[in-house]
Each structure stands twice: as C-alpha cells, then as structure tokens.
Design a protein around this ligand. Sequence first.
Ligand code: TRP
Length: 347
Amino acid sequence: MTKTKKPENKMKKAIVLTGITTTGTPHLGNYVGAIRPAIEASKDENVTPYYFLADYHALIKCQEPEKVRQSSLEVAATWLALGLDTSNAVFYRQSDVPEILELTWILSCVTAKGLMNRAHAYKAAVAANEEEGAKDPDKGITMGLFSYPVLMAADILMFNANKVPVGKDQIQHIEMARDIAGRFNHIYGEHFTLPEAVVDENTATLAGLDGRKMSKSYNNTIPLFESEKKFRKLINKIKTNSLEPGEPKDPDTCTLFSIYQAFATESELAEMREQYAKGIAWGEMKKILFEYINEQIAPARERYNALLDAPEHIEEQLQEGARKAREVSAPFLQELRQAVGISKITR
Ligand code: TRP
C-alpha cells in the first residue's frame, strides 16, 4: 500500500491553543510575556489560534465570585482592546464549552493517580504543609488543585492542539496532557493529537516595582490599563539605587531600563545605554519611561475603557467564540463517547 498524505492534511492549519486563568487584573508583565506574543502569533495565516478564559481554573485559586467575574471581564476586554483578531482566532470562555468538562471526566478515568501525585503545584502544597508541621500533608488541598492537570489536558485535547505556548512553569502540565492522550489512544484508538509545549526563551520576564519578577504574588505589578495618573505614580515608585545625576549607571542591573527594553527598538536602546553612561538622573529616566510606554498603550487603554462601558460587546464576542469552539468540540465529544462505549442503545 502506498502511503500518500491526504490532501486536506496539507491544508490543515496548525492549532495553537492557550488559556488565561481569570484571577487578577492583567499587568505589564502579562502583556509583555504572554498577551503581546499571543496576539502577534494570531496574525499568522497558517495557524488557527484558540485563546480562552480559563474560568474553571480560576475556581481552584479563588473562591471570591466577584473577583472571578471581574477578572473574566477585564481579561476579555484587555485582549480585545489590544487588537486580537477574532475573525481568525477562536476566543472563548472555557465555561461556555461544556464538552471540556465532560472530557475532563473521560480523561480522569485513564489518568494515573500517581501521575497527578507528581504535579509541581500539588507537591508544592504538600511540601508547604509538611514544613509547617501539619498533621495531614493534604491539609487544605482540594480535588480541584489535585486534578488541575486533567482539566488542562481536556482544554488542550478537546481541540487537538498542536502547539501550546506557555511559561516554563506549565511545561509539566503539557507533558501530562501528552501522557494522558497517549494512554487514551492506546486503550481506545488514535483520537488525540499529542500537543507540544512552546516556550519562547526570548520573551522577557518583566521586573516589577521592587526589581523582582513582576507577579501578582509579589504585589509588585503595574496594571496594564491603569489610569494615566496612577500609571505615572507607579513608574515613579520603581526602586532604583542612590546614584546621583551625573554618575554613570549600569543599565543591565536597572529595573527601569529592563522595562524600557521590553518596549523600545534596538537603536533606542543603544541611545539609552549612552544616556546611562553619561549619568542620566533617575527622575529623568522615570519621566522618559512613563511617556514612552504611555504613548504606546494609550490607544488600547481608550478602547479598553470603551469596552468596559459597553460590556455587552465583549459578551457578544465571547458567545461567537464559544459557538465556533463548539462546532468542533460537540462532534468530537460524540466521537469520544462512542469510542469509550457511552452511546444510545440501538438495535
Ligand atoms: N494553567 C495555565 C496557567 O496557569 C492556564 C491554562 C489553563 C492553560 N488551561 C490551559 C494554558 C491550557 C495552556 C493550555 O498559566
């Protein structure tokens, strides 16, 4: 038998999928590290991006309904304001695609508990309990946290994603999704594509107000669409050393410079390095940094605020995204149900 590739295979676009957990307000670090590259990637005609709000994931970390609701709104508005092209990208809310949760159960039944025992997030929670001398090493750990990687595997496998752009901390989860997919395929036949993690070594991790990595858990973030006034205040709060104006400064250990670097062009950076050598004053550098970034994000900030004033437009986009997602997930779930023996009785 000759093995020729089916023509439609060649035509098929690669599926790139990633989820955004809806806890918190998007900050500059999220923008530079995840949102900007994802929106850039979504313009590639050879891929179909699936980007979604992982609101069921949010419940693992946050049990304050108002916060989860608010974050979903802000994350959705942020992506739309920054110009995500929803005619190419499928942009949806996880909870609007119930097939994902059905698949989570089906996958749970082929997932080794031992595999989940090895998940970093779970192990870290157990280690924290042990350190604190708790009688029960599983103290405070929910089944949601424990089986988090299965829900994530369902997110990915539901759409047969080829590539999953994530941060380093998520690589293990993608490997687990591959494991789970392989196990399912072995038992029930080839249904799932094995996904690959894509970690972009070039995207910057941005420093925060105190010089550590900008992160909600360090409380050192600069919200992306903060008002201009507050934005200026926050930039002024960024920690510097006590070198005086006129004293040469080292750009490579400077938080201000590292943030500037995430936005500026090569030639602007070279120019700024010279300014540092000449001893630019911290006050001056903060002013430049504020004006520079503010100018870049101001138009998106305006669109963001307009979207928040008319949230029904956001909802409309999400509904359209869910409709497109379910065109894929509903028939695929039927196939999977059949495969495992869940089906109507027929003669
Ligand atoms: N767990 C991911 C994070 O915390 C978010 C996420 C949920 C995700 N489902 C996903 C990422 C599926 C990639 C693919 O960052």
